[in-house]
Design a binder for this molecule. Structure first.
Ligand SMILES: NC(=O)c1ccc[n+]([C@@H]2O[C@H](COP(=O)([O-])OP(=O)(O)OC[C@H]3O[C@@H](n4cnc5c(N)ncnc54)[C@H](OP(=O)(O)O)[C@@H]3O)[C@@H](O)[C@H]2O)c1
Length: 345
């Protein structure tokens, strides 16, 4: 077990050609570190935009990509107290974000951005940067929790906790949004989901979405969503993954004192008709930027996943480690539904 296979991203100017598959030594464990045999990885939109040079946050190149991994502990350092050999674990996105509010140093500890990530056969992680995996999930399912799931959980529970009977709006059928749908249904909320595809809309309904709106055929979906809420009061939580291109519609359906969690920019970083700061006053709403979440929130989320036996929606197409570049291309072409996974061991 002295060498292993891993992927690296060489830099931000070669697109997916900058993804290189190589041999590397199996890393050694330090006193507070854990050696994990990685079993599965899931990709996020962020993983795609890093080699495309479109990621907004700093990265250290070359870097082993992917924040989201799950596997089994094979060795622990002498000071490790939380894990033992054989434990099933999942990675924490920002390794330094342990609990409470995020601080500046913790924002510089992201896996696959500033610290080597999970797209490799073995990885060492500080014990603070791992959590015990959900006991009801396979490694493949556990590999979907670090980024998309935790971000959605933070949106719904990190500031103003969702209550049963409230309405949640999720945009599109990507990883973050589908977790938002599943968490909201488990909480007894009503879910309005948008998608560009009627076919995907049917899948959303099967997952429990109460209402589905096609945002391509109904560009004023914000107003439509508002009308779907009792007395047209608007929705309580919006998982805003579209960014500037969808924000106007989100403002059109947010309830007074509702929370718009600004998470991503799938609809582009520029838009002509964007709400201005005073729109928060006229709509009396909270607009909150969310950056994944802490270890404490992830552990809380995993308890809820176990208690409600929530299973992440994993695309039926699964790639091997050697095929990872193909997985990037498949996801970039938006062929996936839910989380796209790569099986390692
Ligand atoms: N802030 C954070 O901490 C954080 C964490 C995780 C992710 N993110 C960001 O959140 C966003 C979503 O991530 P993800 O991993 O869930 O992405 P993803 O899985 O790649 O989502 C892709 C889906 O988004 C939908 N979509 C694309 N354009 C859209 C639009 N204009 N309006 C509504 N939906 C649209 C499409 O759904 P349909 O095919 O159904 O139309 C598409 O299939 C990304 O921008 C990502 O960078 C941020």
């Amino acid at each position: 077990m002295s060498t292993m296979k891993q992927w690296i991203v060489e830099g931000k100017d070669k697109d997916f050609d900058g993804l290189v598959y190589q041999d590397a030594p199996v890393p050694r464990v330090g006193e507070s570190e854990v050696l994990v045999k990685l079993q599965a990885v899931s990709l996020n939109y962020r993983d795609l935009v890093i080699p495309k040079g479109k990621y907004l946050l700093p990265c250290n190149f070359p870097i082993v990509p992917a924040s989201d991994g799950a596997g089994e502990v094979v060795e622990v350092g002498s000071n490790v107290t939380e894990f033992k050999k054989g434990d099933k674990v999942a990675t924490l996105f920002n390794q330094g974000h342990q609990y409470g509010e995020i601080d500046i140093p913790a924002t510089h500890t992201s896996l696959g951005g500033e610290i080597n990530g999970a797209l490799r056969e073995y990885g060492v992680f500080n014990e603070k940067g791992l959590v015990k995996a959900a006991r009801n999930l396979t490694p493949q399912e556990n590999s979907t929790l670090s980024c998309a799931a935790l971000t959605s959980w933070n949106a719904l529970y990190g500031l103003k906790p969702l209550k049963p009977g409230q309405t949640v709006l999720v945009q599109g059928t990507g990883g973050v949004s589908i977790f938002g749908l599943q968490f909201a249904k488990a909480a007894g909320a009503t879910v309005i989901a948008t998608t560009s595809s009627d076919q995907k809309g049917e899948k959303l309904k099967k997952l429990g979405a109460d209402h589905v709106i096609n945002y391509k055929t109904d560009p004023n979906w914000g107003e439509t969503a508002r009308k779907l809420t009792p007395d047209s009061v608007g929705v309580d939580h919006i998982i805003e993954v579209g960014g500037p291109g969808t924000m106007r519609q989100s403002f059109n359906c947010i309830k007074y004192e509702g929370v718009i969690s600004v998470i991503g920019f799938l609809a582009g970083v520029k838009a002509q008709d964007q709400p201005a700061i005073l729109d928060t006053l006229s709509n009396l709403c909270i607009v909150r930027g969310v950056y994944v979440g802490s270890k404490a929130l992830m552990q809380e989320m995993i308890r809820a996943i176990e208690a409600n036996d929530i299973h992440p929606v994993v695309d039926e197409k699964v790639f091997t480690l050697a095929q990872a570049r193909k997985a990037y291309e498949y996801m970039w072409a938006q062929k996936h539904f839910g989380k796209l996974t790569i099986k390692i061991n």
